[in-house]
Design a protein around this ligand. Structure first.
Ligand code: GNR
Ligand code: NI
Length: 174
């Protein structure tokens, strides 16, 4: 397994729409393994393939509280088939928007269909943090970041801060 570099805002790559996976084969499983390792070491509780520069519809998640007990979840070509009217608010962060957090409202429950690690068709009813994370990750597949739900002013403040940080880092590296 390989730890990959996580792209950060304002990288235009993050705004691409990811393409469906045609077949869950070993090359796709290798991407999922790398994504999981990259997510654990970040550390984060979810990751979409586009965040490591691969525009394919693949998500990994692990929302287990105990770091000793790994409970990885893999979703290929996930599609929302239901979202509840009732909303839930969570303080969200994103590995592609480092150091920034904001309260975001989303449907409290969602049902999804997807392919698992072995390429089998599955359905899942999610609520609470799991539902929030799945929706955050499916947004990545559409090129959407959680900061897109904030006011224009808040979003541009965050984007400016991050692009300044990037330029400073480049100066140090060079
Ligand atoms: O690590 C993460 N934590 C998190 C917290 C609240 C809502 C969503 C997330 S996902 C995020 C990792 C990430 O950026 N996934 O795309
Ligand atoms: Ni994210």
């Amino acid at each position: 397994m390989t730890i990959r570099k996580i792209l950060t805002e304002p990288d235009p790559f993050l705004r691409q729409k990811s393409k469906p996976v045609e077949k869950v084969d070993d090359s796709i499983r290798k991407i999922m393994d790398d994504m999981l390792e990259t997510m654990y070491q970040a550390p984060g509780i979810g990751l979409a393939a586009i965040q490591i520069g691969i525009p394919k519809r693949i998500i990994v998640l692990d929302i287990s509280k105990d770091p000793e007990k790994k409970e990885p979840m893999y979703f290929v070509n996930p599609e929302k088939v239901f979202t509840s009217e009732d909303q839930a608010t969570y303080e969200e962060g994103c590995l592609s928007v480092p150091g920034q957090f904001a309260e975001i409202d989303r449907p409290d429950k969602c049902h999804i269909k997807y392919l698992n690690y072995n390429g089998d068709f599955k359905e899942l009813k999610a609520e609470g943090l799991l539902a929030t994370c799945i929706q955050h990750e499916i947004d990545h597949l559409e090129g959407i970041l959680f900061i897109d739900y904030l006011s224009k002013l808040k979003r541009s403040m965050i984007t400016k801060k991050l692009s300044k940080q990037k330029k400073e880092l480049e100066r140090i590296v060079v």
